[in-house]
Design a protein around this ligand. Structure first.
Ligand SMILES: [Fe+2]
Ligand SMILES: [Fe+2]
Length: 166
């Protein structure tokens, strides 16, 4: 028999998944990106999102509390895949392309987080936990802002390519 047999159990599993992602981003991935990107605006945006991401970790842990559970991170294979793809691509590209690679990876990551939080919010609502819904919505709102910011960084980098090519 499957060991995840209730919606609550599935919710907590997926919450552990996003905890893994947020902890990796706050502790390792965003600090590395901040060091490697060349553009000042991009670096500032990443630094701003690093601060927000530390708050996301706190909020996710609070949601575990609301469910009377110890926060437990679950290794998120989807995120590990995104990270691996980024790391491999980065090792192959010229330094002049780092920001484009990182903007693409950041955009994919924000989409991933947005999908995860949207699902968690619906589940928390279904489980009758309005306080958890509010905390998860705070995170979702900041992921959407971060997505718009990295999309605009990516767009200006691609626009520069166009003007360089003409
Ligand atoms: Fe986040
Ligand atoms: Fe994010």
């Amino acid at each position: 028999m499957a060991n995840l047999s209730t919606p609550r159990g599935l919710f907590l599993h997926e919450l552990g998944d996003i905890l893994f992602v947020e902890q990796k981003l706050a502790g390792e991935v965003l600090p590395t990106l901040i060091e490697e990107v060349q553009g000042d605006d991009f670096r500032k945006e990443l630094a701003r999102h690093l601060k927000q991401t530390r708050g996301h970790v706190t909020n996710v842990k609070k949601v575990f509390d609301l469910f009377d559970e110890e926060p437990e991170a679950e290794k998120c294979l989807g995120f590990e895949g995104l990270k691996k793809e980024h790391d491999e691509l980065l090792s192959e590209v010229d330094d002049s392309l780092i920001d484009l690679v990182d903007a693409g990876a950041a955009t994919r990551t924000e989409h991933y987080e947005i999908a995860a939080y949207s699902g968690l919010i619906e589940m928390a609502r279904g489980l009758g936990q309005p306080e958890a819904v509010s905390l998860l919505e705070e995170n979702l709102k900041e992921e959407k802002e971060a997505l718009h910011a990295v999309e605009s960084v990516a767009k200006s980098l691609r626009d520069e390519l166009k003007s360089g090519a003409s």
